[in-house]
Each structure stands twice: as structure tokens, then as C-alpha cells.
Design a protein around this ligand. Structure first.
Ligand code: NAD
Length: 332
């Protein structure tokens, strides 16, 4: 039987989710979007129904699942409403901008085990990180001792409208910490299978025109498994690069997303052994994420971020902003 999926918000990422869900078999996709011009464009481009509001969508049709693609400060109220209406949820990152309403959503989720909530940290569907995760499990190098993430891209190239959208303000989920760094923080917590327990952040606005939020971040953290992690990111550099390195007592693992390769370097080796990772277009990981999400709604195990993992990374975002503001280490 086909599944009915509602895309809530058809801005940049909502349109991508809509398109990616439409590629899957046995899925019917509809959307809701309050911007009438955009709603008409999307309805025409994808030949689907676009409702002007959640109320009208829920009153007009039955849905099995929803993907929440609105700015982050609206996620929790929309999620609670849709979860109470019985829908499975895929919620865009970051889960929220404060912890308000989180406990109630968590309680509701624990009471209804047949309904799933997953957070759309799409790095969980990136082939390079899936390969790195496989190598962490298979190579028997032990517990990671030091983890580094170095990454960045020229954000104005990828999101020319950055000044006019949620990105311009912390309150709506903007700035490098909540918008970009959150992906790699969540990926490291997922890959290390251990949450960040304390951190210190340096963050500044340095280059991006027309906004005041930070575009450059250095964050150093301690994980519950005692690994020390460091993240360095900016949103103005020319190269679009992301490198994750995990150093263990017995060797190192590295994922170079931009070079589509993952490597192993054990003590005693003379160099890296590289495994190639398939090149795919930007929709590739999102189509995989959509498929995993539908599998999760059928009760299957998937690598997608759980609600608890999304809450943990939200707490890291909040702590990182606090540390940057106060110039103090923050314990979670
Ligand atoms: N995973 C990724 O790679 C990725 C990329 C971009 C954005 N995001 C995240 O996705 C979310 C949305 O980002 P975006 O870039 O698409 O923003 P956007 O501003 O382009 O689009 C948001 C859309 O939501 C609509 N909207 C607002 N309130 C609504 C409501 N109550 N009901 C229905 N629609 C509503 C707006 O009209 C707008 O069209 C953010 O949380 C952002 O962090 C994730």
C-alpha cells in the first residue's frame, strides 16, 4: 500500500525532500506552504497538491508521515501537532533552537512506540561516513582517543539568499554553529557512539556580508568516552571540503568527503590504504535518507539520527553558543 507523506514547508530543503521522496516507489507526496507564490510554483513543478496551511492539509487528507522543513524555531510546535495527529516524523536539523517543548515531545514519543521520529542529519546517509562507520566497527582499533573535523565551503555560492532566510539570526536557527557545525558535531557523536560532555568555543563573524552571526568556529570538546575532539569550520573558504579523522591507539581512520575516499592507517603501515566512495549528486544522500525514513516507519533499524541524538546535538548547539558568548568552558 502506498504511503502518504506531507512535506511541511517547501523552501530550499523542503523542495529537495519533496523531489527525493517522489523518486521512491509507493509514495504519494503532498506539501503545505503558506507562501502562495511558492506554493503555486511547487504544485506546478512537481504536480502535487500544496495546501496553504497545516490545518487545511490535515483536514483534507490522511497522511502516514511528515517531513518538517520549516525554520528551526518552528519545528517543535509543528512536530507536537503532527505527532499527536498520528504521523511519523522526519524533522530537519537542528531539532530546535531552545529546549522548550522538548520534554513533552520526548514523553509523547516514548508513550507511542509505533510512531517514529527521526532527525534529518543527512550526514548519516553520506556514503563516505557510512563507510567510515563500517571501518570503525570492523577494524578493531578500539575506542577513539582524538577526533578532528576540518571543513568549510563558500556559503554564498551554495545559498545566495543567506541574508534573507533563517540563517541571519540565531533565534531562527542561523549562524555557523546551528546551521553548519551541527552536522559535523552530530556526525562525530554518532560515529564515536558517544556524546559531547563539555566544550569550549571560539566563534566570530569574519567575512559574510549582510549578517552579523558567526561564520567561523573553532570548537574543542570532550566526549563521554574520554575522546578529545576538535572542530574547525568556516563558511567563506573557496574549497568545499570536509575531513573527519579518528585517531585510535592502534591506528587512524579518515573520511575525505570532497575526495570521495575513506582511509585506514594502522601503526606499522607505511601509508594510508584508501577505499573509494561513489560520487553522487546532491540529491543522492537525501533519496537514501527518504528511503531509510520509510523503512523506519515500518519498524526497521536504520542509521538515521534518533530523537534522543537530535536532542543531544541541540544541547551541544546551545552550549557552543553560550561558550562563544561567555568565553567559558561549558559542561553539558
Ligand atoms: N539538511 C540540510 O542539508 C539542510 C539544508 C538547508 C536547510 N536545512 C534546514 O531545513 C530547515 C528549513 O531550511 P530552508 O533552507 O528550507 O529554509 P527556507 O526559508 O528556504 O524555507 C522554509 C519554508 O518554510 C515555510 N514555512 C514557514 N512556516 C511554516 C509553517 N508553519 N507551515 C508550513 N510552512 C512554513 C516558509 O514559507 C518557507 O518556504 C531549517 O531547519 C534548516 O536548518 C537543512
Amino acid at each position: 500500500m502506498s504511503k502518504r507523506v506531507l512535506i511541511v514547508g517547501t523552501g530550499s530543503i523542503g523542495e529537495r525532500h519533496l523531489r527525493c521522496f517522489q523518486t521512491l516507489p509507493n509514495v504519494e507526496v503532498a506539501a503545505c506552504e503558506p507562501n502562495a507564490t511558492l506554493a503555486a510554483t511547487i504544485a506546478g513543478r512537481y504536480r502535487c497538491t500544496v495546501y496553504p496551511s497545516l490545518d487545511e492539509a490535515l483536514a483534507s487528507s490522511r497522511f502516514d508521515a511528515a517531513v518538517i522543513c520549516t525554520p528551526a524555531h518552528t519545528h517543535i510546535s509543528i512536530a507536537r501537532r503532527l505527532f499527536e495527529a498520528g504521523l511519523h516524523l522526519l524533522i530537519e536539523k537542528p531539532l530546535a533552537v531552545t529546549e522548550e517543548g522538548i520534554d513533552a515531545l520526548r514523553c509523547a514519543a516514548s508513550e507511542r512506540s509505533g510512531q517514529v521520529i527521526r532527525i534529518a542529519y543527512v550526514q548519516h546517509c553520506n556514503l563516505a561516513l557510512l563507510k567510515l562507520r563500517e571501518l570503525i566497527a570492523e577494524t578493531d582499533l578500539g575506542v577513539p582517543k582524538q577526533i578532528t573535523y576540518v571543513g568549510g565551503q563558500h556559503f554564498p555560492t551554495f545559498r545566495p539568499a543567506y541574508r534573507e532566510i533563517y540563517y541571519a539570526r540565531h533565534e531562527s536557527g542561523g549562524g555557523a554553529i546551528q546551521d553548519a557545525l551541527t552536522h559535523s558535531v552530530n556526525a562525530v557523536e554518532w560515529l564515536a557512539q558517544s556524546p559531547i560532555v563539555s566544550l569550549f568555543t571560539h566563534a566570530d563573524h569574519q567575512v559574510l556580508e549582510g549578517v552579523e552571526v558567526e561564520d567561523t568556529v573553532n570548537l574543542t570538546a570532550r566526549l563521554a568516552n574520554k575522546a578529545l575532539a576538535v572542530f574547525a569550520i568556516n563558511q567563506f573558504q573557496a574549497p568545499n571540503e570536509q575531513t573527519y579523522t579518528f585517531h585510535f591507539e592502534k591506528g587512524s581512520l579518515r573520511a575525505e568527503n570532497h575526495n570521495r575516499r575513506v582511509g585506514v592507517f594502522r601503526h606499522g603501515d607505511s601509508g594510508w590504504t584508501w577505499y573509494p566512495v561513489a560520487v553522487e549528486d546532491r540529491d543522492g544522500p537525501f533519496i537514501r535518507q527518504a528511503a531509510f525514513f520509510l523503512e523506519a516507519t515500518d519498524g526497521k533499524e536504520t542509521p538515521l539520527a534518533t530523537l534522543d541524538e537530535g536532542i543531544q546535538t541541540l544541547r551541544v548547539n546551545i552550549a557552543a553558543l553560550k561558550s562563544a558568548r561567555t568565553h567559558q568552558e561549558v559542561t553539558l
